[in-house]
Design a protein around this ligand. Sequence first.
Ligand SMILES: O=C(O)C(=O)C[C@H](O)[C@H](O)CO
Ligand SMILES: [Mg+2]
Length: 407
Amino acid sequence: MSTAPMKITSARVIVTCPGRNFVTLKIETDQGVYGIGDATLNGREKAVVSYLEDHVIPCLIGMDPRNSEDIWQYLYRGAYWRRGPVTMRAIAAVDVALWDIKAKMAGMPLYQLLGGRSRDGVMVYGHANGSDIAETVDAVGQYIDLGYKAIRAQTGVPGIKDAYGVGRGKLFYEPADAALPSVTGWDTRKALNYVPKLFEKLRETYGFDHHLLHDGHHRYSPTEAAQLGKALEPYSLFWLEDVTPAENQEAFKLIRQHTTTPLAVGEIFNTIWDAKDLIQNQLIDYIRATIVGAGGITHLRRIADLASMYQVRTGCHGATDLSPVTMGTALHFDTWVPNFGIQEYMRHTPETDEVFPHDYTFDKGMLYVGDTPGHGVDIDETLAAKYPYKPAYLPVARLEDGTMWNW
Ligand SMILES: O=C(O)C(=O)C[C@H](O)[C@H](O)CO
Ligand SMILES: [Mg+2]
């Protein structure tokens, strides 16, 4: 790589809504090479747009884009105000765009810069859901027919209005759907009674050859979470995710003492500090932090390295609110990271795929990175401009008596 001076000449934020909102950062350089990073924060997109445009981009102009580590430290330490979803997404977008530039300049796919291939392909899990057990069992069957090796199963629960994870469309589940938050319901007892029956039926119908996963979406108390984990043990889950909120990392001790169902946490984590105690005390099995949520490649690989010391494996978040730029970048990360576990893969709509041309491909339950230099994902700006931003919130959840709960 040349040691001649190199400069960032411009950086722009592109907001587009090809079915859902995405915030993308494009960094251009004086050598004609550009990089792309995702900065989407579902339901709070404009906060990151402002953070980037008003507070980050002015500092970037003139910096040497090759110094991605120094720029990461500059944005993290330099703001004085550390961590948080807005800050860390803005940093992630810059970081990913800079790694994209570096890999393009090297003429290599990004995984080569991280340390090369550790595996041929990346095992992914898809989202099967239905309004009741029968429908969810059918949906899981459809994923099996599509070749998936691992499937997350979520079901509607009798008596709960719009239970988490039950989509309106198959393959394209999208919770952020209303100009103001829609109100969904929750009832822990009803869910605790019903969810194990789903997995009993799934194992009875399809046997034990496929990995099954379930997301508690922060709804249960530690004691209830332990009960759910115990009840699910006979069905041998790949993981039980976000079974209780993780702000208090200590809470997982209680769950861990009562169940051997593997636990996954971290899609809302921003830094290594959110996961440190969970990892060091071996309270989880999978860490779900991903590229856009946790400060880009530069920071996520630190989390993965810490996790590797405690036999915790990765399981990057990959819902539809993470753009193809994050998906593509995560696949390079997954292709390299030694302690890889699994990658979530919720398919984007054809409109989104068209706005973000990419070279990753799906085959028999696996995703494969391409060999395009960089992370292999671009943005068609002309097409993106045809889909203006539409306000869309995630739902909220309330108990039957009106009490606010965790969505
Ligand atoms: O994909 C998952 O596991 C989720 O829990 C999806 C989240 O609800 C979604 O990313 C929120 O924006
Ligand atoms: Mg989740």
